[in-house]
Design a protein around this ligand. Structure first.
Ligand SMILES: CC(C)(COP(=O)(O)OP(=O)(O)OC[C@H]1O[C@@H](n2cnc3c(N)ncnc32)[C@H](O)[C@@H]1OP(=O)(O)O)[C@@H](O)C(=O)NCCC(=O)NCCS
Length: 327
């Protein structure tokens, strides 16, 4: 389920290239290279500059192939960058600018130049540690425990009861807050969809969004189903998009219930089937869809979907799944 930003990557690239030196721009959804400092929905403020104006330890936005990604400058002779946790240094990135601030939801973190050496040492230490198989083993052990069935009672207690239902116009604030932390979809897109399609009365509703809400109305999980054509992709039918469950609420059946809710609504709207496209290495997501009876789509549809996303600037292979909307 590729993030919706992808079709506009080329546009963003043109805007950044046209930006005069010294000008700044907020860019969202490029934080993968700075994990765990940045998450999917976080933003970086980019100052347009050339490689000779960067130093070791600067966070920069680069184009690598068709991807825009934030990286740390690890050497200037030759100029090369690496992800915060990665040992693989690359010299082939096109520099688009230096990050001068990071933003997550309401939190703003300035990145002043004197922080550079500290960040470079951090990158070096993390990358060296990450290169050790034992570190990765410990990390996976901790992560697996956190998301496992063992920790589920504790997490269930902390999260409290969740209501899974279709989202309405009044859920906009909760949705925008959740999206700003966990999705790369823009708030304006969600606002428009909720107002003009998903949040309407049943007779007028087109597509739908489902959420998992706690007793205070906060979202812990979200997904929507809608046509790809309205986003400009030449693919028929309705597709599940942006399925995300917050880490504390995972392995509690939330994604399964969100999908059941969307399948039921799609059936009510007369859609015979529902499609999904999932990164081929996303085992958790593939298992979730398979558990609900989604099966591999035809080779022709899989090829068309991958071609459509390739043309939109994405290169990772997608597995395409489908299921009848009726039980
Ligand atoms: C994928 C994701 C949405 C699953 O959400 P979830 O609420 O934890 O899923 P469910 O609890 O409904 O899990 C359903 C089944 O899927 C499988 N599954 C889910 N997460 C798994 C994991 N991390 N490891 C192994 N199996 C997993 C299990 O079989 C699970 O059933 P079980 O817990 O009874 O064994 C969630 O992990 C997530 O948000 N991931 C990050 C975003 C993402 O990748 N989204 C999908 C984009 S296509």
């Amino acid at each position: 389920m590729p993030p919706r930003k992808t079709p506009s990557t080329e546009v963003l690239l043109d805007v950044l290239r046209a930006l005069p030196p010294g000008q700044k721009l907020w860019v969202r959804g490029v934080g993968g290279g700075l994990f765990p400092l940045l998450r999917a929905g976080d933003s970086v403020r980019v100052l347009r500059c050339g490689p000779d104006e960067t130093a070791r330890g600067d966070v920069v936005l680069v184009r690598q192939g068709r991807m825009l990604t934030a990286q740390v400058v690890v050497a200037t002779q030759p100029w090369s960058t690496a992800p915060l946790l990665g040992a693989e240094q690359r010299e082939d990135g096109e520099l688009l600018g230096r990050a001068v601030a990071l933003r997550r939801g309401r939190w703003l973190l300035p990145l002043p130049r004197p922080l550079g050496p500290a960040l470079w040492v951090t990158q070096w230490t993390l990358a060296s540690a990450w290169a050790q198989p034992r570190t990765r083993l410990v990390y996976r052990g901790v992560r697996d425990f956190f998301f496992s069935n063992w920790s589920r009672p504790l997490r269930r207690h902390l999260v409290g009861p969740l209501e899974i239902r279709l989202l309405r116009a009044g859920d906009l604030d909760a949705l925008v807050t959740f999206a700003s932390e966990r999705l790369v979809v823009s708030a304006s897109f969600l606002r428009r969809q909720l107002r003009e399609r998903w949040g309407l009365e049943p007779t007028e509703r087109r597509g739908a969004a489902a959420g998992a809400l706690d007793s205070k109305g906060r979202l812990h999980g979200f997904a929507w189903v809608d046509s790809y054509r309205q986003e400009g992709l030449p693919l028929d039918g309705v597709w599940v998009r942006s399925l995300v469950v917050a880490p504390q609420a995972r392995r509690m059946g939330v994604a399964t219930q969100l999908l059941e809710c969307l399948l039921e609504e799609s059936h009510r709207q007369g859609e015979p089937s529902v499609q999904a496209d999932v990164d081929e290495d996303n085992a958790a997501s593939l298992k979730t869809f398979e558990g609900l009876g989604f099966r591999l789509a035809t080779e022709a549809l899989t090829r068309r979907t991958n071609e459509a996303w390739d043309a939109a600037g994405r290169s990772k292979r997608l597995v395409v799944l489908e299921r009848a909307s009726a039980r």
